[in-house]
Structure formats: C-alpha cells, structure tokens
Design a protein around this ligand. Sequence first.
Ligand SMILES: Nc1ncnc2c1ncn2[C@@H]1O[C@H](COP(=O)(O)OP(=O)(O)OP(=O)(O)O)[C@@H](O)[C@H]1O
Length: 260
Amino acid sequence: MTRTPTTASTIPVAARATDVWKVYGAGEAQVVALRGVDVAFERGQLTAVMGPSGSGKSTLMHCLAGLDSVTRGHVQIGDTRVTGLSDAGLTRLRRDRIGFVFQQFNLLPTLTAEENILLPLAIAGRKPDKQWYESVIATVGLGDRLRHRPSQLSGGQQQRVACARALVARPQVVFADEPTGNLDSRSGAEVLGFLRDSVRDFGQTIVLVTHDPNAAGYADRVIFLADGRIVDEMRQPTSDAVLDRLKGLDVQRTSAEATP
Ligand SMILES: Nc1ncnc2c1ncn2[C@@H]1O[C@H](COP(=O)(O)OP(=O)(O)OP(=O)(O)O)[C@@H](O)[C@H]1O
C-alpha cells in the first residue's frame, strides 16, 4: 500500500518521515514510541510538533535528525535518505545540513557568544559568509553582546546565541526541541519571534517540538501526535485552537486508559 505523507501541497519538502516505526527495548520492557508515522515538513515553514507527554515528539525529531535510528520505515533530509547512512555520513549530514536548538542552551562556557556561534563552522573548517553572519547577528539582536561569555548573558540571550549558532551554517532544517522550556514568557517570546523572523526573512525551515500552545501559535502548521501516531494537523494555528485540540487529545487518552 502506498502511504500519503500529511501534506497535500506542492511546496518542496525539507524533511520527511515515511512509515516510521520506533521500538525501544524488547519483551516486557518494549515501548513502541512511533507507529507508522508519515509526515513531510515543507521548506521555508515553521512546523510545530505537539502532543501529550510520551506521545513520541522527541523520538520523531531524533529520528528525523539522524540522532536515533528507526526500527522500520525511513527518513529523508531534502533528497538524502538518512536511514542507512554510515556513521561518518550521519556526522556530515548533521554538521552540514541540520541545525539544533535544545532546551538546555548547550553553549560552551569558556567561549564568547561569537566563538560559540562560529564553533560549528570552525569544526567543519568553513569560513562564515560575512554578510549572512551579520544579518543573523542583527536579527537575533546580539550585536553588543558578542564578546560576553554565556554566564554573563541572560537565559533568553543565551538561547538567542544558540539560535544564531544553529542558523549560521545555513542548514537545510533547524530542529528545535522545547527551545523556550527554560525561559520566562518574555524571553521565550523573543526567541520564538526570532525563529519566526528567520523563516520569513531567510526562508529557513524549522521543526519546533513544544508543549506550549503559545509557542505553536508562531507556527505555519501544527502536527499533533498521540500514542506514536499523527492524529491531526492544523494550518495557520492560533494558540486557543491548539489548546482546544490538545485538551481533546488528553480526553481521548484518559478515556482510552480507563477502558478495561
Ligand atoms: N531511550 C529510550 N528507551 C526506552 N524508551 C524510550 C526511550 N526514549 C523514549 N522512550 C519512550 O518512548 C515514548 C515516547 O517518548 P518521547 O520522549 O518521544 O515522548 P515526548 O512526546 O517527546 O514526551 P515529552 O513531552 O514528555 O518529552 C515514551 O513512552 C518514552 O518513555
């Protein structure tokens, strides 16, 4: 049977999962984290992935980004089939074509903001494109903080450094896993606004895993996961509509758990 990924549009795809299953452990300890996920992430869009705790959001992101292997099915970044790449191929893919932003900012404490931002390029032996670097720095609004170390920056500023680091190599897709989870609402809004601007101004593709309906309100599209499956999607979401949909998922889950 041919499966149809959950996008009907003709916009080019930056990342795709096709019939992806992920099983952890074996026997009694077996957990099926993903159950046949088909999804395409369109280029130049901010897509949020939402769902109850344990629904498989981080697992899906890790499989898409080549940080974890799939049990069945396959994933693609652009035209490259990630599933089956060698370790060296995966390292190159992650280094050259994917940007990451995590809840913990993961900055190196002994380096300045600027050195942190340029580190992935330095490791890859690449020089930054000066004009691009300057537009990224201007967009994140860190011009006067580049010589500071992470301990001299607020949480929001540190996360903006992490966002700039993810963008500076012009990755095909940025995966952001709960990027506002450690921030107060104002700093969170700044970071989300910046991610949103990078989509609008640079055509960046972003996949955002979040629990927060307000964060999902910045997205072009929201994918809802429940129990390892994609159960719904919403385009041009509002925070209120996302919140309502999430409540529905929690109700379904509670009723399913109550069934003997
Ligand atoms: N390394 C692992 N070994 C065993 N089970 C795992 C592992 N990683 C995740 N799981 C299980 O897979 C399921 C999906 O986990 P995942 O972290 O993807 O969910 P999530 O939707 O991101 O949850 P949360 O919102 O709480 O972060 C859960 O039942 C989890 O316990």
